[in-house]
Design a protein around this ligand. Structure first.
Ligand code: AR6
Length: 170
């Protein structure tokens, strides 16, 4: 099933929450900053280990760490694209960020997963266009594979919340 809520993803109890990270995996502002702040230093330590092993995380890919002190067991760090007008493969890269997060979740036995609205903050992806991609991609994955029981879209602003409510109702 898919649901949408308005709230702070760091407060969500789920097997995993997704972080809208950057390619360095070293943290930043927005939801990334909030997750590292609430989750404590173990998350960054694992991110640094991953970075030392594979040199960070490419746009559209995903890696997994502990949830540290968060209510969630794992954090899946993915990197959405920076919006550059729409002709730089942004739609596919955003869909890949969702797909690869879902895949790494399923590979780690995650049954309940929460997503923020990836790329719609600092990275400036148009919210309506990002919401269509997010809902479509998650729906397809759940229909096709079925390993994950519940995906929650956690919106931080009412504009995104209303967009997702409308898309999920349709
Ligand atoms: N819970 C849920 N959603 C949140 C929270 C929160 N606590 N805080 C912000 N959001 P952004 P991006 C929403 O900018 O656009 C970072 O510096 C926010 O309102 O966090 O993918 C990274 O290190 C927006 O809808 O991520 C990267 O450098 C959504 O989360 C860069 O920003 C995403 O906004 C990534 O940019």
């Amino acid at each position: 099933m898919i649901e949408v809520i308005l709230g702070d993803i760091t407060k969500i109890t789920a097997d995993a929450i997704v972080n809208a990270a950057n390619t360095s995996l070293l943290g930043g502002g927005g939801v990334d900053g909030a997750i590292h702040k609430a989750g404590g230093p173990d998350i960054l330590e694992e991110c640094i280990a991953i970075r030392n092993r594979q040199g960070g995380c490419k746009v559209g890919e995903a890696v997994i760490t502990t949830g540290g002190e968060l209510p969630a067991k794992f954090v899946i760090h993915t990197v959405g694209p920076v919006w550059n007008g729409g002709k730089k493969n942004e739609d596919i890269l955003l869909a890949n960020a969702y797909i690869n997060s879902l895949k790494i979740a399923a590979d780690n036995g995650v049954k309940t997963l929460a997503f923020p609205n990836i790329s719609t903050g600092v990275y400036r992806f148009p919210k309506d266009r990002a919401a269509v991609i997010a809902v479509h991609t998650v729906r397809e994955f759940l229909n096709e594979f079925g390993e994950i029981d519940k995906v929650t879209f956690v919106c931080f602003d009412t504009e995104n919340f209303e967009l997702y409510q409308a898309l999920l109702a349709g």
